[in-house]
Every structure is written in C-alpha cells, then in structure tokens.
Design a protein around this ligand. Sequence first.
Ligand SMILES: NC(=O)c1ccc[n+]([C@@H]2O[C@H](COP(=O)([O-])OP(=O)(O)OC[C@H]3O[C@@H](n4cnc5c(N)ncnc54)[C@H](OP(=O)(O)O)[C@@H]3O)[C@@H](O)[C@H]2O)c1
Length: 287
Amino acid sequence: MRIQGMKAVVFGGRTGLLGQALSARLKEEGADVLALSSEDVDVLDQAAVAGILDDFRPDAVFNAVAYTQVDGAEDEEEKAFALNATVPPLLAAQVSRFNALFIHFSTDFVFKGNANMPYLETDRPGAVSVYGISKAAGEQGLLDLDYEHTLIVRVAWLFGPGKMNFVQRMLELAADRDQLRVVADQTGSPSYTPDIAENTLRLVENDATGVYHLTNTGTATWHDLASAAVGMAGIECEVDPIPSSEWPTRAVRPAYSVLDTSRFTEKTGVTPRHWRDALREYLEKLG
Ligand SMILES: NC(=O)c1ccc[n+]([C@@H]2O[C@H](COP(=O)([O-])OP(=O)(O)OC[C@H]3O[C@@H](n4cnc5c(N)ncnc54)[C@H](OP(=O)(O)O)[C@@H]3O)[C@@H](O)[C@H]2O)c1
C-alpha cells in the first residue's frame, strides 16, 4: 500500500509516545493523517469511533492506544484489559467495514522472558504481568477475529521525542544527582520511536500482514541504556548497576525479552540501525 496520499487514522497519534512519531512520519511521507488523543475520541466508545471512521473513510488505521503503565496495570486490571484486550478486535471490526488496513502495536512483554535467544514471532506468549497478559489477549482477539488486513507489530523499550520516557527520565535524574542506580539484570531491545514509525511504514508499503517484531538492532539492559544516555549527553553522574531485587516494582518484568527482527528484514530488505546510533540522534535533537 502506498503511503503517499493514504488516508490514515492514528489512534493515540496526537499525544502518545509512538503515536506522535507515526503521525509525523506519515505526514512527512505524504499521507492525509487524522491524529487523535483520548480528548478527541474515547476508543471505549464504539459509536464515537464509528462516527469518526465514517466521516474520514480511512485506507489505514493505526492503533497506538494502550494502557501502558506496567505497574499501574497490576492494580487497574479492568482498565488495562478494556484498552489492551477488548478494544483491538472491536477497532479491527470497525476498520473492516472500509476494507482498510488495521495496524496494531504490541509488546515484548507478552513473553515470559526466561529465554536466552531472541524471541521469534512464532514463539508462544507467556506474559508475567497483567500488562503483558492483557496485551497478549489483545493479539489473540485479533487473531481470532481473523480480519485479513491486520498487521500486528510488536515493539519494545521505546524512547523518543514528544513524551516522557525512560531515557529522558534518566537524563533528568542524572542532571540532579551524583549517582544513579539502574537495573542491570533485565535485557531488551531499546527502540527509537521515529525509527519504529519509519519501519512500520516500510511494512505497510510491502503489504505485510500478520505478526512482526520491530525494534532497533542491538540489546541492552536498563543500566546499559541509562549509562549510554548519560555518557553521550556528557553529564557527570555515576551510573551503578543493581539487580531487580534492589528495585522492587509492582509488576514482574521479563529478564530477557529481546525480539528477533529477521522476519521484518526479510519482508522489507531493511535492517534497523543500532539503538546507540538512534540514541545519539535523539540526544542531538534534544539539544
Ligand atoms: N512505551 C513502551 O516502551 C512500549 C514498549 C512496548 C510496546 N509498547 C506498545 O506501543 C504502543 C504505544 O505505546 P506508547 O508508549 O506510545 O503509549 P502512550 O505514550 O502511553 O500513549 C497512549 C495513547 O493512548 C491514548 N489513549 C489512552 N486511553 C485512551 C482512550 N480511552 N481513548 C482514546 N485514546 C486513549 C492516549 O491519549 P491521552 O494522551 O489523551 O491519554 C495516548 O495518546 C502500545 O500498544 C504499547 O503497548 C510500548
């Protein structure tokens, strides 16, 4: 599907971390974009969603809405399931009325995280948190609906402009303190939202449907990512590694949730750049 001239709705596209990058990239590539936040439409209100879609008549609908507070979901299970599990198939059913493409985002946290090899799209989900279980249920709802024009893109460890994220938080803390203690026993795939947006559009252009993993190249622990950010930004702050046991959180996180992106590369011919190169660009733009 061509991006130039495409009519694209981006739920979460006005205020979300990933949604903003998607809307920006779609506009850059010549799409006609309707970027929405919860103030424009509540995705839980299906009549309101139907009205928006009827008016706009999309060629593609991107769902970058989710309940994304991993710890909060442990206490707000119902809210997390409503947005992450119930909404995706309802949205896809609405999108099917236009025979349009439905692009949904999921997460590395659908996996248990006890592997030592990058996860493939065909590996079985086995989430260890309410957030991960609710996101896996959303994927399953879409697979059960079986709408043929559905693309599910699993992303991970996002940082980028437009909204507070792990990297920005670390930089702010480092500017205020002499020492930071950051978890060093969880390994994942840090990913820059403008790269995810650009590469999602490469999947769309190549008519990909089904499930794809998409991250930047390279793996890191949260400590690696924080150290790299603080170092590249030239901030004088010691970044010390700690085990998760010294940083207790409500939700259990996977110890290892690196995603294998070879299916993405086979489909598009593109190899995402290393997260360190993307991080450098992000920091340069932050100024
Ligand atoms: N962030 C990560 O590190 C990460 C990692 C792996 C996967 N993901 C996945 O990537 C996708 C995007 O995540 P993100 O971090 O970019 O999300 P985010 O920054 O938390 O943004 C969520 C978006 O959803 C909107 N929203 C929330 N409730 C809504 C409702 N009831 N009706 C309409 N809109 C609503 C929000 O609008 P308001 O601002 O108006 O509330 C916001 O635009 C999600 O599927 C997430 O699971 C994220």
